[in-house]
Design a protein around this ligand. Structure first.
Ligand SMILES: [Zn+2]
Length: 162
């Protein structure tokens, strides 16, 4: 059994039109998925699958935190995750993913949502991620400049030119 087989969702064999799943994903999950941004983390994932007349609506709730690299000091930092995402899945001949809708082969009727969980977590990471203390360091510097009268003069000069 593959490491990510536990994330297979059997849509064709749903016992009722709404089915819930729950996983706790941790470091093992992230090392198995091998995504570029997140290598470690601990997330509580709740998935609710709802079957409609023509599609399946998958609603993912992700809660917890992941480890990312601080842009400034390159040390690991925690990024809290609290996200709600939906995915629409339809049955077709071949596998396809156009961003909004995923088509899975009807003969299989199964979707493995491991990568979707990873992607939804990665989406929550801001473009710029910096430790609070790393962020604070230059800010203190700037306020120091503000109290120096020479800098105030310089600012006036710069502002008058713009
Ligand atoms: Zn840092």
């Amino acid at each position: 059994m593959g490491k990510l087989d536990g994330y297979k969702v059997d849509l064709k064999g749903m016992p009722s039109d709404t089915v819930s799943y729950r996983w706790q994903v941790s470091d093992d999950f992230f090392s198995a998925v091998q995504g570029p941004e997140i290598k470690q983390g601990l997330l509580d994932v709740a998935l609710r699958v709802k079957q409609t007349s023509d599609a399946y609506k998958l609603e993912f709730r992700l809660k917890g935190e992941v480890k990312v690299t601080c842009d400034r000091c390159l040390e690991p930092m925690s990024q809290p995750i609290d996200a709600l995402n939906t995915l629409k899945v339809v049955m077709g001949d071949d596998y396809a993913d156009d961003g909004d809708v995923v088509t899975i082969p009807e003969r299989e009727g199964i979707i493995n949502v491991a990568w979707n969980i990873y992607e939804f977590a990665a989406l929550e990471i801001p473009m710029r991620h910096v430790h609070e203390e790393c962020e604070a360091a230059p800010a203190t510097c700037l306020s120091g400049e503000g109290s120096d009268p020479r800098w105030a003069e310089l600012r006036k000069l710069i502002n008058s030119k713009s």
